[in-house]
Structures are given as structure tokens and as C-alpha cells.
Design a protein around this ligand. Structure first.
Ligand code: A3P
Length: 325
């Protein structure tokens, strides 16, 4: 099979400068970019890029695609439970990362100690159906079979980019020891220097596909946060499952921020402490605030203006911004 994915290194000096804001060898700044679209990813990922692109997709797969900190985990737990007849016992007994396999984790993270504890690509290929797979990759790096005749169920989780930036800033302080200010981080985000960016083409690709592909469903963090009952009903219909009023209430309690934060199968406390990402249980903030519009309280007017200009420029000919309202 001819290699179709060509990657080019990003500017070395700029990369070094951006990378110096992080105190861990593995960082979220893109090292290479796909020649055709500019999608950013780590150098290590290139070794697996073709294997992922050629991967076999199954019709009964359930995929969750998102940019990091969009509410992926909340969506995964909801979708897994709805697709597994609300088997709360199993959900409480097995780590979510085992139930919902992270497609590119090992491919991307050369330095991430303990990455092998997660299922790698071969394990995903061997996993029994129905598989539940999560990825942050943009469409052009995902398996080609994802869009086409196979028609697996695909959920794309989106969130207001201002809140994604706030959430990523805090998350990367913990995970990659980001040393800069929020404004430093916002500029990296707005200049599209992070892995998986550019932002708008990531979201737009699925938004446009969802208009003509009934097997693709968009879910916003804002909707999950403000009207979880409606989202649960919508998702269960999409998965051809029925939920009783009682089920719905139980699921909402299970998915509440406080419950999920205490849930060891979700909160990553054990993994983050074992891998010395943090030293104290209280410092594991994988579930952090769980709010919408936190940006209004934390962003300076100058940064809000930069975001607004960036949003305006990138949504001129699109209705994609309606997703986050
Ligand atoms: P904040 O950092 O704004 O709190 P992802 O799973 O894609 O990494 O997204 C993480 C974001 O979703 C975090 O946002 C996290 O707190 C939030 N989140 C996770 N579970 C949640 C829940 N049950 N209810 C509300 N927000 C949740």
C-alpha cells in the first residue's frame, strides 16, 4: 500500500520556543504537520499513521471523536452505558479507558510512561465487537473506512473553543507542566500550534458530514451540561435503545459531575499518581470544574477580543458556531 500521508516538520526554532513553556518531554505542541491539510501531531505518531489510516472499521463500532477537553469523557460514559443496557455494575468495575479504547494514545505518546496499560492499536484490532473507540484525530488522519460504506455509529463532541482553551490550560498545567500564563496558552491555541489543530477544520469536517450522514451525531458539551435528559433521549434513539424514566434518572445521577469525579473508573486518579503526573490525590483534576462559560470569568478583555476575531474569521461562511450556543 502506497504511503499517502506525508508529514512535514514544523519550524524548528518556533517549536523549541513553544516547547520551552512545558516541563515534560512529551508535550501538546505539534511537531509535524500533514502536508495536505496542516493537521498537527507528534513526530512519533508518523510511525503509526498509515496503520491507523488503513485500519478496519466495523459496522457495529461506536466511535467518539473530539478535541481534548470537549467533554469527551462524559459523552463516552453516557454512550457506553446506553449501548450496554445500563450495565452500571460493569461500568463501576472496569476503567473507562478499557471500555472505550483510545485509538492513538500509544501511537502519539512516545514518552508517556505506562501508555502500554491502555489498549494499543493491535489490541483494538483484536477487540471483540461491539468496540467503543475514542479519538482526538482530525478526519484526515482517522481510518479511511470511517466515512463510507461501513457506517459505524460516530459521535462528534464539540464545545465552545473559549472554554476548551480554559480547560486545556489547566489540564496541561497538570499533565505537561505548562509554565506560562493563560495568555501565553491562549496565543498557542489561537495560533493553532497544538496537536490535533487546526481547530475549525477538525469540527467543521464532522459538522458538514453530519448533515448528510445519519450515522454521525454531533453532541455539544453545552447541551450535555444544560439539558442532559434531552441528550440522553436523543443518543438512546440514535443507538436504537430505549430508556425508561427510571433509567434516565439513574443515568443522570451516575453522570453527575460530583459522582463522576469520585468514580475511580473515570477520574484517572490511580493512573496519574502511579505515573507520577501528580504527587497528591487532590492534585488530580481530570474532572475539574464542569461549567459552561467559565471563560467569561477568567479571560482578559484583550484575549476575548482575539478569540472573537478568530471565531469571526473562521465562521464567516459557516453555521458551525450554532453548535456551541
Ligand atoms: P473543565 O476543565 O472545564 O472542568 P474531556 O473529557 O474531553 O477531556 O473533557 C474534560 C472536561 O469535561 C472538563 O472540563 C471536565 O471537568 C468536564 N467533565 C467531565 N465529566 C463531566 C461531568 N460529569 N459533568 C460535567 N462536566 C464534566
Amino acid at each position: 500500500m502506497a504511503n499517502e500521508l506525508k508529514f512535514l516538520p514544523v519550524d524548528e526554532d518556533e517549536f523549541k520556543q513553544n516547547n520551552s513553556l512545558f516541563d515534560r518531554p512529551s508535550n501538546p505542541i505539534g511537531e509535524v504537520q500533514l502536508e495536505s491539510t496542516g493537521a498537527l501531531i507528534t513526530k512519533h505518531y508518523v510511525l503509526s499513521a498509515e496503520k491507523i489510516s488503513q485500519m478496519e472499521v466495523r459496522p457495529d463500532d461506536v466511535w467518539v471523536i473530539s478535541l481534548p477537553r470537549s467533554g469527551t469523557t462524559l459523552a463516552e460514559e453516557m454512550i457506553w452505558l446506553l449501548n450496554n443496557n445500563l450495565d452500571f455494575e460493569k461500568a463501576k468495575a472496569q476503567n473507562l479507558s478499557k471500555r472505550f479504547m483510545f485509538l492513538e494514545l500509544v501511537a502519539k505518546m512516545k514518552f508517556f510512561k505506562g501508555a502500554g496499560e491502555f489498549d494499543d492499536l493491535d489490541a483494538i484490532n483484536r477487540a471483540p465487537s461491539p468496540r467503543h473507540i475514542k479519538s482526538h484525530l482530525p478526519l484526515e488522519l482517522l481510518p479511511k473506512q470511517l466515512v463510507g460504506a461501513v457506517k459505524p455509529k460516530i459521535f462528534y463532541i464539540c464545545r465552545n473553543p473559549k472554554d476548551i482553551a480554559v480547560s486545556q490550560f489547566h489540564f496541561f498545567q497538570m499533565l505537561y507542566r505548562f509554565k506560562g500564563t493563560f495568555d501565553d496558552f491562549a496565543k498557542l491555541f489561537l495560533n493553532e500550534k497544538m496537536n490535533y489543530q487546526p481547530f475549525w477544520s477538525h469540527v467543521n469536517a464532522f459538522w458538514e458530514l453530519s448533515k448528510t450522514h445519519p450515522n454521525i451525531k454531533m453532541i455539544s458539551y453545552e447541551a450535555m451540561n444544560q439539558n442532559l435528559s434531552e441528550v440522553i433521549q436523543d443518543v438512546s434513539k440514535f443507538l436504537n435503545k430505549s430508556v425508561t424514566v427510571d433509567d434516565l434518572e439513574k443515568l443522570k445521577v451516575h453522570l453527575s459531575f460530583d459522582n463522576m469525579k469520585q468514580n475511580p473508573c473515570i477520574n484517572k486518579q490511580e493512573q496519574f499518581l502511579r505515573n507520577k503526573i501528580v504527587n497528591e490525590p487532590k492534585d488530580v483534576q481530570f474532572l475539574r470544574k464542569g461549567e459552561i462559560n467559565e471563560w467569561k470569568k477568567t479571560m482578559s478583555p484583550e484575549i476575548v477580543e482575539l478569540f472573537d476575531k478568530w471565531i469571526e474569521k473562521n465562521t464567516k461562511n459557516s453555521d458551525v458556531d450554532t453548535l456551541f450556543r
